[in-house]
Design a binder for this molecule. Sequence first.
Ligand SMILES: *Cc1c(COP(=O)(O)O)cnc(C)c1O
Length: 496
Amino acid sequence: MNHTAPQTPLSVTKIPASGTEKAELLKKMAALRQDDARWQEGKTWSLVYHLDEDHTQLLKDAHNLFFSENYLNPMAFPSIKRMESEVVRMTASLLHGDESAVGAMTSGGTESIFLAVYAARERARKRKPWLRKPEMIVPASIHVAFGKAAHYLGIRLISTPLKADFTADPAAMARRISSRTILLAASAPQYPHGVLDPIAEIGQLAARHQLPFHVDSCIGGFMLPWLEQQGYPVAPFDFRVPGVTSISADVHKFGYAAKGASVLVYRNMDYFRHQFYIATEWPGGIYAATTFTGTRSGGPIAAAWAAINHLGVAGYQQHAQEIMQHAQHYQEGIRAIPELMILGHPAMSIVAYTTRDKQLNIYAIADQMEAKGWTVDRQQKPNCIHTTLMAKHIPLYPQYLKDLRAAVETVKAHPELARSGTAAMYGMMAKVPFRGMVRKSIRKIMEGMYGPDGEMPDLEHMNAKNTPEAGETDTPAKRGWWAQARRSWWNRLRGK
Ligand SMILES: *Cc1c(COP(=O)(O)O)cnc(C)c1O
């Protein structure tokens, strides 16, 4: 989670009576960006997968060419349909699907995952119409999009514990398989720690029980193949593994496409056909859809097609190799800080690290890094910091490591930092025994953010003002909902 600076109240609440000049609007919008994450300076370690300016310009040009086209109707725009089909085929062959591999492009990993889960549910409904409470079995590290899909689709998500190296535990997954199971899923690699799940073993399990098995390779689909081709050790994770029935791979991550581009590939039509939605009785006409969206820009598909064709295998390999070389130095740099350790064995350039001694608070270190201008991704279970090294970071990670070393020293010298800043808030959240209370508070924050005032939460400030240690100096008028949420937690914790 990132921590945003407070914003001034909304300045525009009604559609202006008359319009504003383009130049002035662009100036205003540029000013609005001042508090945004500084990805251009390489200060973020996720969110923006950027190569370089020339490449970005190519994406914009390709995107612009199909800016107005609406892919709602593929019959009307055969050009987009063709680019989609080519991207799907190229991705399918990259992931060693055979001639029968099929699939679609979606708006992103979340949609690809949603649709894979949906197709599995529909397939199960056809085959087992009596099935009332479908379940899917995943490792705890699976992307949250699976939980979201399960929630939306009325499926029970069975989350199984990880092994000590943070990989999925096939035995733990096997124990939960029942007549209600409709899908197994695992990641290549998983997002939190960047480790590769044992896809071959889970594939065996899926084959034995004749269950669909989705491999979430959203972040690795356009990276692991290049590493394998260059001789890095990469365990089998794609359609070469019997039992794997679908794979998601995001072109908008390491495929270096524009945002809004992911590929979902199925082993064959037997799985894919369950994803189609067909309506025959609508007064607006017969409607058939492959994916979730209705009106849809051709831009992201065009940009993805352009990115893949522009870079080619050689381009991707070169970037992958460069990133991996530096990722190894970066890992060595973290390992050289005796107080820190890397979680598991990262499969690519995603690295999560934490402190060896829990007395040394990793979130306090995160606060120190944020004070130096880095955007920090905090994770939990266990508490750690997530980083993904990309091209942008190559000139910068030595400075990051230097700042990290200094941050560790500062927190060591000042353990009280664990009781201020966001460290205090996260520490407190972790101690709240009832997750329902945390959920309730977050719902409050969302109601504030998306309420009529559209107010951004100022987590750090609220925290400093509202920690019970600070003597409850908050002013409810100013920070009403948050202050109340905090007090109610605290009072309930103390049994009041
Ligand atoms: C990014 C990611 C997703 C979700 O993709 P979005 O494009 O953000 O919707 C799913 N799984 C993994 C492993 C990811 O890294």
